[in-house]
Design a binder for this molecule. Structure first.
Ligand SMILES: CC(C)(COP(=O)(O)OP(=O)(O)OC[C@H]1O[C@@H](n2cnc3c(N)ncnc32)[C@H](O)[C@@H]1OP(=O)(O)O)[C@@H](O)C(=O)NCCC(=O)NCCS
Length: 295
């Protein structure tokens, strides 16, 4: 077996192997794989490795370093005929990283392990990982709705990025900036007070230039797919129903485009979305090793 760094020339092979080795409702295509890896700024510190037997790919690990030596494993898979031969373990050892997380990285495929992937959970547990966060995707069938919504235009860029940057994470700021840069600004819904945005919600759909995590998997099964998230209300404006209102605006917007099914991904506030009609769809558990250890 030879282990070698993944290169952009391997994209086709990776897509083909992923689709043979993962369950079909997590199918990917080159567009999604590229967006999350070689086209993503965080991939410059990638630690992806491929395992070959001669010319045959027998395993792969997509991973990237994030900060302070923390490595996020985006995905790892081994040819089903060759499992339980320590190929997966060898790929993870290749990281030579103490502090690791499975899923939930800066450009994640999955927020963690799907809760029914028991062999994968056993594998990470055997390698010293422990279960940490819980995450859930929720699903909604969209019926005709009101046409009340306020989309962003390119003129809103500065105000929206300032608000998201001062109130929320760098990741949400980067993701919002990427939407403006991709020409997807109408997919950001806002509520304003005195001309300044105080709440925002990203919407995603079958015509968006970028793919968002909420639509990665629904697009395999529904041609008129949609998704929402992240959603945020300025801390000084919380508790007044603005969160639900901005999500409703996003749903109105998606319905106006012909979206029929919507997913919200990686949330821990299921009851908030259930009030808006969403139902639980998929659940995940984060797995990590030595996150508190900076040595
Ligand atoms: C998870 C996966 C990558 C493991 O690869 P692998 O090469 O078979 O794993 P290893 O041989 O290195 O296993 C190391 C240890 O993990 C545990 N383990 C691995 N697979 C297991 C299974 N199916 N059931 C129970 N324990 C398992 C065992 O303790 C094993 O040691 P042992 O065989 O000496 O008992 C592989 O099963 C796979 O490709 N699964 C589908 C994709 C997937 O779920 N990826 C993970 C999330 S992206």
């Amino acid at each position: 077996m030879q282990i070698t760094p993944a290169r952009v020339e391997h994209l086709d092979l990776l897509v083909e192997s992923w689709n043979r080795w993962f369950p079909s409702h997590y199918r990917i295509d080159e567009r999604l794989l590229r967006q999350l890896t070689f086209d993503h700024p965080s991939w410059r510190k990638n630690r992806a490795q491929l395992a070959f037997d001669g010319d045959s790919l027998i395993g792969f690990m997509l991973a990237r370093e994030v900060n302070d030596g923390l490595v996020v494993i985006d995905a790892v898979a081994v040819d089903p005929e060759l499992r339980r031969q320590k190929i997966g373990s060898r790929l993870i050892q290749e990281l030579k990283a103490n502090r690791c997380r499975m899923g939930g990285g800066p450009s994640h495929f999955l927020p963690g392990l799907p809760e029914d992937w028991t062999p994968a959970a056993d594998f990470f547990t055997a390698l010293g990982f422990e279960k940490d966060w819980d995450a859930e995707d929720l699903y909604l069938t969209l019926s005709p709705r009101s046409t009340d919504f306020r989309c962003c235009t390119s003129a809103d860029r500065k105000n929206v990025l300032e608000m998201v940057g001062s109130e929320f994470s760098q990741r949400w700021t980067d993701d919002s900036q990427a939407r403006f840069e991709a020409g997807d600004e109408t997919d950001i819904l806002i509520i304003e007070r005195d001309g300044t945005p105080v709440a925002f919600c990203h919407a995603w759909h079958f015509k968006s230039a970028l793919l968002g995590p909420s639509i990665f998997w629904l697009r395999n099964d529904c041609p008129t797919f949609g998704g929402i998230g992240p959603v945020g209300v300025m801390s000084s404006e919380r508790g007044q129903g603005l969160g639900a209102k901005v999500v409703e605006q996003a749903l109105n917007y998606l319905a106006s485009l012909g979206v029929t099914e919507v997913v919200v991904d990686w949330t821990s506030i299921g009851p908030f979305y259930q009030k808006l009609g969403f139902e639980s769809w998929r659940r995940y558990h984060g797995y990590s090793r030595n996150l508190g250890d900076k040595s």
